[in-house]
Design a protein around this ligand. Structure first.
Ligand code: UDP
Ligand code: MG
Length: 323
């Protein structure tokens, strides 16, 4: 099969028939063999009924529905697990992404050798309250992830080589950083394609401004886990040791300073009346705690069944190995 289109949706009943027939039209015009995987993320409107009637008409339609609303990332993840096409394309259900982009995205994966191609809504049809924070969001994501060539991390329209979606796990709200997840899994040929964007036709957006707060926190999590996920002591140990050392030196300075003035017969007070004493003490305590956090992190990694879970690219074996 050439293409799997994965569509996460939550209360998008009005858009679905139009979206499905548009995708089918594009696929047939280009002679692609395809499937459309609708993932109904616990919709409370008529979405599932609509999907059932679409599936009855079009044998390329696959679908599953969650019992409750889990979020876009879990929906994508389930779609990815089921996708059988050589190229997997994700698309929002609200008709903001255009199915006309599918052939171009497909070619970039199959002919130009990209592992992942992300859409870029260069000209956006969204309110200003969304486009300005989005610029900031993307600039931060570019810096932290080191994927310098992406302008639009969270574009719903993306294309992947099949093995990419099989080797990443999208959970929580991590759909915003799929390129980063792919990069961490070792897929570094990440490209971008300018795509047409439309204003939302039916229904309303499912994400508020809290997306930017949560997005920032998730980015920090990804940065941390991708660098230190398997060796937390390298993070906490270094930070903790440095803090402890600074505190120790400071406390010694306070102590020796007092001894020095005593020795020279100057007037002196208790070390506890100096603010530096407390600062030094706090620093030492925090340093110790960071260090111990590192140990606990290492114990957790040691017990994780995935501590030796790697992506094997190629391997040469001999028949004799199979004993
Ligand atoms: N979506 C989902 N589960 C959710 C929220 C959203 O599956 O909990 C789907 C939604 O139906 C749409 C896509 O994710 O197909 C993008 O959502 P939306 O258009 O609301 O986001 P925006 O375009 O405002 O970023
Ligand atoms: Mg939308």
């Amino acid at each position: 099969m050439d293409i799997s289109v994965v569509i996460p949706l939550y209360n998008e009943a009005e858009s679905l028939p139009e979206l499905e027939s548009w995708i089918a039209r594009v696929m047939e015009a280009n002679g692609f063999s395809y499937e459309i995987i609708f993932v109904d993320d616990g919709s409370t409107d008529r979405s599932w009924d609509v999907i059932r009637s679409l599936a009855a008409r079009n044998p390329a339609v696959r679908a599953l529905s969650f019992r409750r609303n889990y979020g876009k990332s879990p929906a994508l993840n389930e779609g990815f697990r089921r996708a059988k096409g050589d190229v997997v394309i994700t698309m929002d259900a609200d008709l903001q992404d255009s199915p006309d982009e599918i052939p171009g995205l497909y070619r970039m994966i199959t002919a130009e050798g990209y592992d992942l191609v992300s859409g870029w809504k260069q000209k956006r049809y969204d309110p200003l309250s969304k486009t300005i924070p989005t610029k900031l969001f993307n600039a931060t994501a570019r810096r932290v992830s080191g994927i310098r060539n992406l302008h639009d991390f969270n574009c719903g329209l993306k294309a992947y080589r099949n093995k990419v979606v099989k080797s990443i796990e999208v959970y929580g709200d991590m759909h915003r950083y799929i390129p980063y997840l792919a990069k961490n899994a070792g897929y570094t040929r990440i490209g971008e394609k300018v795509v047409r964007h439309q204003a939302r036709k039916y229904g309303k957006t499912k994400f508020g401004l809290d997306r930017f707060v949560n997005g920032y926190l998730d980015l920090m999590t990804l940065w941390f886990t991708s660098r230190f996920g398997r060796k937390p002591m390298h993070f906490f140990g270094l930070l903790g040791s440095l803090m402890f050392l600074v505190g120790l030196i400071a406390v010694m300075a306070v102590g020796f300073g007092k001894l020095w003035t005593m020795h020279h017969g100057g007037s002196y007070t208790l070390v506890t009346s100096s603010p530096y004493f407390y600062l030094a003490l706090t620093t030492m305590i925090l340093g110790t705690q960071l260090f111990l956090t590192g140990f606990i992190g290492e114990l957790i990694v040691r017990n994780s069944s995935r501590r030796n879970d790697y992506e094997i690219e190629t391997e040469i074996t001999r028949p004799a190995d199979e004993e």
